[in-house]
Write a protein that binds this ligand. Structure first.
Ligand code: CA
Length: 588
């Protein structure tokens, strides 16, 4: 019944918007309009939850491929994109800033767009793309040379193409844009090159920059072509001129909380990684070396780009614990409006939606070495022995003391998005349990060059697994169940009202688990590693599920001893779409 109503509502909306394309209402109601998926995250709150229940625990074992589509070419690298579904067409982005429009019924290609990338782009962590956005009659996506491009939905022709920042300085972009109030809102990538993180709002119609909000204190914002306000207070938590190359890249994009009309973007590691160079004082001296707002979540007014609030997960960050992880609005067991975010630093945080205030934090991985826990104000209780040593204290001043740290710099969780099930009230968090040897070194900033001042080697901790998908009760932080995987998990998770948890593994399996028990109900070998993000939708009364398969991303490039363990995995580039056999689907 619920499904029929949703379908009827969707039908009305689609009929009413034949000329207008995707509207603000479509974006707002993306989660409940089950015939389309027009936002990253299956709704701007990024819950990745579908109310569809045609596919369920009993029948998912019968799921079979409906069609598959190859991204082709020689450019088969990590495929981290989330497909979008609109008006009979699937839109997916591929490695090397490519876009494909695919017939939803047949899997035939309608058009392909290849961004012409210049020599000398500086992506840190594979030539990936995480998806696009649809608004009006356009498809929007970011490119590896730090541009934002609007394409005509029907033809794939360029409507406008604007520079976010200069790729020669180390900027790039890979996250899916977020559309709010007619603005295309994006971040930037490049935190390993000493860029300055920022959030940008472009006019969806013509690509004009409306506002820009840097994430690092001391940098000036922009509104309608004029300087607006400074971010934070100059030199409050950064020494000297370090804030000018202070990192805080917003490379994973953001979410939107409609209830408080707030954009929430995360800011990555402060630059350089060597935290001793960024400390205005020891941690006891009034937190002067915190380096705001790096490694933080930032609440932003979508209309002006002003900062409403911030919450820093890792002050004076020194392990590459980027604070970019997705912030997901939900309602807790007591009816309170909350945000949840699983940080790269290994802690699962619950925040107050009104002001980003701290509510709770619990570990979502084992063996955390850098902090004993999070205190009642939300600040980590640091373990000083877990901080890489100061190179200045070493004999030759060239290499600080090596420490073993868990999580590794690739995080208890990296980019791969979790899901919140409205059915169970649990979060389903794709995590990794691994560590690293890390040490600090001297470094000075050079435009367009890596700006780390650190060295590292990632190591497994357990023979049994690195990947660990956990069902977490956000009210208590309790792990309800865990599904362990040998290779690190690097793809997104989706839940459904049918009681299913979908995700993929680098070993190539696309898997459905029982949302209550974690029991494996179905799996399919896709032929290459999965680092993509599943979606589901309804067409002609049948429920479909799609996932991109194509191994890559940061692990094979930066994974140290772990990379050696996974180097047998084959690359690829395929969209797989599944459904139940017709007679079974009709029997529902
Ligand atoms: Ca980083």
């Amino acid at each position: 019944m619920k499904r029929l109503i949703a379908a009827a509502v969707a039908g009305t909306l689609v009929a009413g918007m034949a000329q207008a394309g995707v509207t603000e209402d479509d974006l707002k109601n993306d989660q409940t309009i089950t015939t389309q998926v027009v936002t990253n995250g299956m709704g701007r709150s990024l819950q990745r939850y579908s109310p569809l229940e045609t596919l369920n625990k009993d029948n998912v074992k019968n799921l079979v491929p409906a069609w598959a589509f190859s991204l082709g070419g020689e450019k088969q690298r990590g495929q981290e994109s989330q497909p979008l579904i609109y008006d009979g067409v699937m839109y997916v982005t591929g490695s090397y800033s490519r876009v494909y429009a695919i017939d939803l019924k047949t899997g035939d290609e309608i058009w392909q767009y290849d961004a012409r990338l210049p020599e000398g782009i500086l992506p840190c962590c594979d030539v990936i793309n995480r998806g696009g956005a649809i608004y009006g009659d356009n498809f929007y996506f970011g490119t590896l040379d730090a541009r934002i491009v609007a394409l005509d939905l029907k033809t794939g022709k360029v409507v406008w193409n604007k520079k976010i920042e200069n790729y020669k300085e180390g900027y790039s972009y890979t996250a899916a844009p977020l559309i709010v109030d007619g603005k295309v809102i994006v971040g930037n990538s490049g935190g390993e090159f000493g860029v300055v993180g920022a959030v940008y709002a472009f006019d969806a119609e013509n690509g004009d920059l409306i506002w820009k909000r840097p994430t690092i204190e001391g940098n000036m914002g922009e509104l309608n072509g004029e300087p607006s306000t400074m971010t934070g207070t100059l030199n409050a938590t950064w020494p000297g001129d370090m804030w000018k190359t202070g990192g805080g890249a917003t490379w994973l994009g953001g979410s939107y909380d409609a209830d408080t009309d707030t954009l929430v973007f995360g800011a990555g590691n402060p630059s350089p990684w060597n935290s001793w160079l960024r400390n205005a004082g020891e941690p006891t001296e009034g937190n002067k070396g915190d380096n705001l707002y790096a490694a933080s979540r930032i609440g932003i007014d979508p209309h002006t780009g002003e900062i409403k609030w911030h919450f820093q997960t890792t002050p004076r960050e020194g392990w590459d614990f980027d604070g970019v992880n997705e912030v997901v609005p939900f309602v807790d067991a007591n009816g309170n409006k909350r945000f949840a975010t699983a940080d790269r630093n290994g802690f699962f945080y619950v925040l107050n939606r009104e002001d980003g205030g701290f509510v709770s934090a619990k570990p979502f991985v084992r063996d955390i070495t850098w902090a004993e826990g999070i205190d009642e104000t939300g600040r980590p209780i640091f373990i000083e022995a877990g901080r890489p040593g100061n190179p200045a204290a070493s004999v030759d001043g060239k290499k600080g003391e090596v420490v073993f740290s868990a999580p590794s710099f690739l995080g208890g969780k990296n980019w791969m998005p979790m899901s919140y099930s409205q059915k169970t009230g649990n979060f389903y968090v794709p995590s990794n349990e691994w560590g690293m040897d890390i040490w600090d070194e001297p470094i000075s900033y050079k435009k367009g060059a890596a700006y780390l001042g650190a060295g590292f080697t990632i190591k497994p901790i357990y023979e049994s697994h690195i990947g660990s998908l956990k069902a977490i009760d956000p009210n208590t932080g309790e792990w309800k169940w865990e599904y362990q995987n040998e290779a690190p998990l690097w793809g997104g998770v989706m839940t459904t009202a049918g009681g299913l948890v979908f995700f993929g593994t680098p070993e190539g399996k696309f898997i459905a688990l029982d949302d209550e028990t974690g029991e494996k109900l179905w799996s399919f070998q896709t032929g290459s590693g999965i680092v993509g993000q599943p979606v589901t939708w309804e067409m002609d009364g049948e429920q479909y599920v799609s996932i991109l398969s194509g191994w890559g991303g940061a692990v094979p490039l930066w994974g140290g001893e772990v990379a050696k363990k996974v180097n047998y995995l084959n690359q690829g580039g395929m969209v797989w779409t599944f459904k139940l056999p017709k007679q079974m689907a009709m029997a529902n």
